[in-house]
Design a protein around this ligand. Structure first.
Ligand SMILES: C[S@@+](CC[C@H](N)C(=O)[O-])C[C@H]1O[C@@H](n2cnc3c(N)ncnc32)[C@H](O)[C@@H]1O
Length: 215
């Protein structure tokens, strides 16, 4: 129970999703066995739909882990995109590289090893789709760098923005997460009011925010 949706709603939504491809299923099982956080299946499906509508050519991801969401996005574009994904843990980078190299998308995905805080300010390319899925407490900083990196008409998707419901209700906030919750609230307020952008929050998974950069 993550206090965002009733369990029966989550179970129902997951029960009607089509099965993932075999190599994605293997990654889902691996993530579960080794307790590695990857996007929930309904969030993966949202990414697929957004990508099929938006047809991005260049995608930036912050938070690779084992490469699951990068592969979901590559598959959704049928390989017609180039994905740059950032990960700070060397062990994750190695696993993700192995997983990605086993697929037909190995030439579509490049992993940058390091702290996003060091890499984002130095990126030179522009992207039409950005997926933030790392260090929730840093989203506002990440977003400010991504504003320069996102093309007009581009989309920034941020995962885990409701953080187990804590962002929406003080009653749920546990003491040691107070700072992250405070920062996420500031982030959501910011992206909902900043000129030139239109945002919405979707209460699926752990909460997903979509931010469109106006043309
Ligand atoms: C939720 S997982 C990413 C899951 C992945 N997007 C997926 O769904 O398959 C978050 C990852 O971000 C990485 N991370 C956290 N903070 C980071 C930072 N500041 N810079 C780069 N990577 C970071 C963590 O090591 C972790 O592997």
């Amino acid at each position: 129970m993550n206090y965002i949706n009733e369990e029966y709603i989550e179970d129902y939504i997951r029960s009607i999703l089509p099965e993932s491809n075999l190599y994605l299923q293997k990654l889902e099982n691996y993530a579960e066995e080794y307790n590695i956080p990857i996007v929930e299946r309904e969030v993966a499906q949202l990414l697929r739909v957004l990508i099929k509508i938006h047809k991005p050519k260049r995608i930036l991801e912050v938070g690779t882990a084992i490469g699951y969401s990068a592969l979901v996005m590559a598959e959704a574009t049928e390989g017609n995109c180039y994905i740059t994904t950032i990960e700070r843990r060397k062990d994750m980078v190695k696993i993700a590289e192995k997983n990605i190299n086993n697929t037909i998308y190995k030439d579509n995905i490049k992993i940058l090893y390091g702290e996003a805080e060091n890499i984002l300010p130095n990126l030179k390319e522009e992207y039409d789709f950005v997926f933030l899925d790392a260090a929730k407490g840093q989203y506002l900083r990440f977003f400010n760098w991504c504003m320069d990196l996102t093309k007009k008409g581009g989309l920034i998707v941020s995962d885990n923005v409701l953080f187990k419901g804590m962002v929406a209700s003080d009653k749920l906030v546990v003491r040691r997460k107070k700072t992250i919750v405070k920062r996420l609230r500031a982030y959501l307020k910011y992206i909902n009011h900043i000129e030139g952008y239109t945002s919405c929050i979707i209460p699926i998974g752990d909460g997903v925010a979509l931010t469109y950069r106006e043309e």
